[in-house]
Design a binder for this molecule. Sequence first.
Ligand code: HEC
Length: 164
Amino acid sequence: MKRLSFILLSLVLPFTLLISCERSGGGKNRLQARIDSLQNKVNSAYKPGTGALMNTIVQPHHIKLWFAGQNKNWALAEYERQEVMGGFEKIQKYHKDKPEATAVAMIFPAMDAVEKAIKEKDESAFKNSFAVLTNTCNTCHKALKFEFNVIKVPTTNNFDDQSF
Ligand code: HEC
């Protein structure tokens, strides 16, 4: 009896597997539908535009960087420099296919010079490299036909609630 049921089982099992494989075709379609719906979600997720990244990250930290350096607050200056850098990195990350992602590399040498000046706590090198940095902001704006967005070395600190 045991043997018979074993034989029966070994005859029936391959068919059962075959049928269940056939059925999983439906599972495959469901999986594809799920992937498509997730892809749609990813595509419509919020990505800050270049203008928003400039306004909310690059510009305010560019200002703070200047006043930190002016006050020889090198720890804060380095922090602000990294924040500015974070803005540029987000442009590379979120706007890969746009001209600004390629153009952004032009700012890196100036950012490096600022970093060196901060490390060396060199006030005049800081001033000079910050001026070059600011010019390069405008070089990029010109290159991308946003030449009317003109950046200058700040004269007034509009972050009055923060100690520099
Ligand atoms: C990769 C090139 C590039 C570099 C480098 C760059 N910008 Fe921009 N910036 C842009 C582009 C492109 C826009 C316009 C984006 C838009 O509105 O779609 C812009 C816009 C701006 C704006 C205008 C925002 C507004 O709504 O008024 C400010 C402010 C700004 N940038 C600040 C800076 C500062 C400060 C630096 C340097 C520390 C800098 N940018 C460096 C490409 C660049």
